[in-house]
Ligand binder design. Structure first.
Ligand code: SF4
Ligand SMILES: [Zn+2]
Length: 452
């Protein structure tokens, strides 16, 4: 299968210091290219994301300063593992440990022109702290473990060494240098997201025009046309585009496990058709837990109610907010496809080639309401116990909705007890897989080895 034309780079205006959706900025400047990591999705850091980052930065480096525009490029890892982008450069890595429930931020060398003048802690002067026998060679110290004496707790550090600066990692009296180079401290313009919208207005207009044209091309392929609205950001954008194209029928499927925020948001959007799946918990006894690799729940609580409804409605075109960049598996998503589960339903995805950045900028440009869950730190919106959630998101459920979290934990405890499963089934979020992937199995081995 041919790979879809996914964008693998992000353009950034060096003059305005904003991300660009295309090569050029409204100021006339050409954007600088920054390579992204698979699946190449990039999204704005919202309030809870920023709070997490500023808390760790303050704890570790004594500064909570962050540019107003920060982006996350999600990548693979044990749990949440995002490349943090700011000032048009790699700023660092934000990751979550699923067993220790701990966030870590590791800065990149490119963050230092911003970070170094602000850091009040976590900076080690290698020359002063070094306690090895031989003198440190000037060259090729990257990657070496050097013995040091310091009061800084173990973890990521900023390193100063003979007029250079860099990043490293402290562990049990040793410093491992990650990168070292010449760092020129710099003051950057600090625009907000409204400015990013403004500088991308031309690209947003284009995206909207293409998407509406695409909907109009296909909306008469079947006798009826509707929008499948999930309450998430992607379907918020798709709904707006469909409304502008003249579509008037919208439906929402309530799985029975929706967040209260989603239900209120859907109500505000005045979606006339509300289909109910419900009863997911009821089926666990027979089907087992829904897992990332066995999502029987989708068929039961999402597809089935639509099938019943369509049985009465007849053939239709359904506009969805699916995107290539959501996951590796969606990267091959065709723009138009017959739903294999509901013959007669033609699914079309007008924003399939948008990244989360395009979606948020579009929502802000058009001043649309958004599901508050995004500001609360959720990357995706679905059922509140969805196995596709990261453990970091499940932690957010615990703090934002303790009663829902407790309800799910009691289901998990019951399953763990009946199947004689180890504590990590719940404590490390292993319940989310029928067959845990190698990286999770490796984590468990390490955990057991440490426990001795
Ligand atoms: S959102 Fe998650 S839990 Fe809900 S039906 Fe889909 S896969 Fe299942
Ligand atoms: Zn510009």
């Amino acid at each position: 299968m041919r790979e879809p034309p996914v964008k693998k780079v992000l353009y950034w205006c060096p003059r305005c210091n904003v991300p660009l959706l295309g090569r050029s900025c409204a100021c006339g400047e050409q954007g600088e290219r920054m390579p992204l990591l698979r699946p190449y999705d990039v999204r704005p850091a919202l309030s809870t994301d920023r709070k997490i980052l500023t808390t760790i930065l303050t704890e570790r480096f004594g500064t909570g300063d962050l540019p107003k525009i920060v982006l996350f490029n999600k990548t693979g890892g044990l749990d949440r593992n995002d490349l943090v982008i700011a000032n048009g450069a790699r700023f660092g890595w934000l990751s979550f440990h699923p067993c220790e429930k701990r966030w870590t931020f590791v800065p990149e060398l490119e963050a230092l022109p911003f970070l170094l003048p602000r850091a009040r802690a976590g900076v080690i002067d290698l020359e002063a702290a070094y306690r090895g026998g031989e003198a440190i060679a000037d060259r090729r110290i990257g990657g070496k473990r050097l013995p040091v004496r310091t009061n800084i707790p173990d973890g990521p550090v900023i390193v100063r060494f003979r007029g250079q600066a860099g990043t490293g990692f402290l562990s049990e009296g040793f410093l491992k240098i990650r990168k070292l180079g010449t760092v020129i401290e710099k003051e950057y313009p600090d625009p907000g997201w409204d400015s990013a919208v403004e500088k991308n207005r031309f690209h947003l207009k284009n995206l909207e025009r293409h998407a509406i044209r695409f909907i109009r091309q296909h909306m008469n392929d079947r006798p009826r046309v509707n929008v499948s609205f999930s309450g998430g950001k992607d379907s918020t954008a798709a709904l707006e585009l469909a409304r502008k194209a003249g579509v008037t029928e919208f439906y929402f499927v309530d799985t029975g496990m929706e967040f209260p925020e989603t239900l209120s948001f859907v109500e505000e959007q005045e979606i006339p058709v509300r289909l109910t799946g419900g009863g997911l918990l009821r089926h666990i006894g027979k089907q087992g837990l829904p897992t990332k690799d066995n999502r029987w729940c989708c068929e039961m609580v999402k597809l089935l109610p639509v099938k019943r409804w369509l049985g009465d409605q007849g053939e239709c075109v359904t506009i969805q907010g699916n995107r290539w960049y959501e996951s590796f598996s969606r990267a091959g998503l065709p723009s138009v496809c017959e739903n294999p589960y509901h013959p007669g339903q033609l699914n079309i995805s007008p924003i399939r080639n948008w990244r989360a950045l395009e979606v948020f900028l579009y929502i802000w440009w058009r001043d649309l309401a958004e599901n508050p869950l995004y500001e609360k730190g959720f990357e995706r919106v679905g059922c509140w116990m969805c196995p596709a959630m990261l453990e970091s998101e499940f932690e957010l459920v615990r703090t934002a909705h303790p009663e829902l979290h407790r309800r799910w934990i009691s289901v998990l405890k019951e399953q763990a007890g009946r199947r004689h499963l180890p504590p990590e089934f719940i404590s490390c979020g292993l319940w989310r897989w029928k067959n845990p992937p190698p990286k999770m199995r490796e984590l468990l081995r390490e955990k057991k080895a440490k426990a001795g």
